[in-house]
Design a protein around this ligand. Structure first.
Ligand code: ADP
Ligand code: MG
Length: 470
């Protein structure tokens, strides 16, 4: 976060105004003091037109306290040596209406400031509004709904419910596990004993049938949820809040029937929260009854921002993709790289070739057992497995901290999936690299992807690289 702020400052040089953005003023102050000789630093907070200034010599902490006292939308201007260097909105978590217990847990988690989507979504969800949340990959959408949902559950007397009141639907088992873990991060902070369970397919249903009786928050993939409903293991008639994470995917043809069946089981009066990086403000959602009078929270990617994902492509003949991949891994000394393939068969083929060339690799795709999928993803996240080859199953939502590199062995069919795939790197303000291996036959499609993304990608010739021995 601060690194980015610093990078931008250096790039823009003192004297230019940076775009509005929220980051920790305290950190900013500390970093600047470390790296610059500041003769005078002045900050100015504007609220409702009134200006409150503070002299430069004040401690960062004091500035922070002052910000905490201010209500939402505090505009902060930072001057260095009388020049405006940045102007941004500072908004502490404490201004969003969350309970003290949750604020303490957020601090323990090390989140210093809410991300832009969290700033907007959290008060809206607390206010029981329907929300359509659109923000780029890795921008903290999960906590954007998890935190206010927990806040609201704390306010409601839980004992009155014997059925789950919150349902989060996600497209993949891996994402269900991950969302459940985010709930689990914050649950212990609450005095009420709330239980969150993820129910997914591919594993035995019996333990889920036993556990589901005492659950307040249910995170599920649609298929397994319907199985549990059919077995009378759970009723959905008390669901007060429905979340569709990766909402555009959940509304896709592939999930349409299952989603329709699930929606029919929910009370019509409920709060609906839809989140995705690639979702349009679609009136049909309102017509379908999926959103009522929603608050639309759309965080546009800042165009003048240094993009944290560095994208690159190699034009390379199909038969040279394998050697080029191995070249990139070995030459780049890549220790953690996620490779996307177009099919389960292709993914297995890539893994086999890598293993033959003594590069430790494993796959995650739908033809593997859930245990293997979980194990391989865990090993990869833990840094034990340098190369994970996956299908688009892992394209959405999966959060791998500090993942430095994503390689598209083949392009995805949908430009949206391209955005999601590369979004596995460059998360939570960390830099990342996304490399695509594009065959001549894929070139037209790559142009379409770039156009949809609104960004040009530098294309190098892969065939010019000496791949002898790879
Ligand atoms: P998205 O769903 O928007 O793609 P996630 O919710 O998976 O993104 O969050 C991406 C990462 O950002 C996670 O590792 C999460 O812990 C981290 N994160 C979320 N909110 C904050 C915050 N306010 N400050 C710092 N890191 C955050
Ligand atoms: Mg997400």
């Amino acid at each position: 976060m601060n690194q980015k702020a610093l990078g931008r400052m250096r790039a823009s040089e003192v004297g230019h105004t940076c775009s509005t953005e929220s980051y920790g003023l305290l950190k900013l102050w500390q970093d600047w003091n470390r790296t610059h000789e500041i003769l005078s630093l002045k900050w100015l907070a504007c609220r409702g037109g009134a200006r409150v200034g503070s002299p430069a010599t004040q401690q960062g902490l004091a500035i922070r306290d002052r910000l905490d006292q201010n209500a939402r939308t505090t505009k902060v201007a930072v001057f260095v040596n009388r020049r405006l260097i940045t102007l941004f909105h500072a908004m502490p978590f404490s201004s969003l209406g969350l309970s003290p217990a949750l604020l303490a847990a957020i601090e323990r988690e090390g989140y210093s400031e809410p991300t832009p989507i969290q700033q907007e979504a959290i008060p809206a969800v607390i206010g029981k509004k329907d929300v359509l949340g659109i923000a780029k990959t890795g921008s903290g959408k999960t906590a954007g709904y998890v935190l206010p949902i927990l806040h609201n559950l704390q306010q409601a007397p839980v004992s009155q419910y014997r059925e789950p009141t919150v349902l989060v639907l996600v497209p993949t088992r891996e994402l269900a596990d991950q969302v459940q873990q985010v709930f689990q991060t914050f649950l212990p902070a609450l005095s009420e004993r709330l239980v969150c369970l993820a129910v997914v397919g591919g594993v035995s249903i019996n333990p889920q049938m036993q556990a589901i009786g005492k659950v307040n928050i249910l995170v599920a993939t649609p298929g397994r949820l319907l199985e549990l409903v059919e077995k009378n293991a759970v009723r959905l008639s008390s669901i007060a809040t429905l979340v569709l994470d990766e909402a555009d995917k959940m509304l896709n043809l592939g999930f349409r029937e299952e989603l329709k069946r699930i929606l029919a089981l929910l009370p019509p009066q409920r709060q609906n929260l839809l989140f995705s990086a690639t979702l349009s403000e679609d009136v049909s959602l309102i017509q379908k009854g999926l959103l009522k009078n929603p608050q639309v929270v759309k965080i546009a990617a800042e165009t003048d921002e240094i993009d944290l994902i560095h994208q690159l492509a190699y034009l390379v003949s199909e038969e040279k993709k394998g050697p080029l991949l191995r070249y990139l891994i070995k030459q780049g000394n890549l220790k953690q790289v996620l490779v996307f393939a177009s099919s389960t068969l292709k993914a297995d083929g890539i893994v086999n070739k890598l293993l033959k060339n003594r590069i430790h690799a494993a796959a995650v795709h739908s033809k593997l057992s859930q245990e293997t999928r979980r194990f391989n993803l865990q090993e990869f996240k833990a840094g034990q497995l340098p190369v994970l080859v996956a299908t688009d199953l892992l394209a959405r939502g999966i959060d791998i901290e500090f993942l430095p590199c994503v390689i598209n062995y083949e392009l995805p069919r949908s430009p949206k999936d391209y955005i999601h795939r590369i979004g596995r790197t460059g998360r939570a303000e960390n830099p990342g690299e996304a490399i695509s291996l594009v065959s001549p036959a894929e070139m037209d499609h790559f142009q379409v992807i770039q156009k949809k993304m609104g960004k040009r990608v530098k294309i190098l010739s892969g065939d010019l690289i000496d791949l002898q021995g790879y």
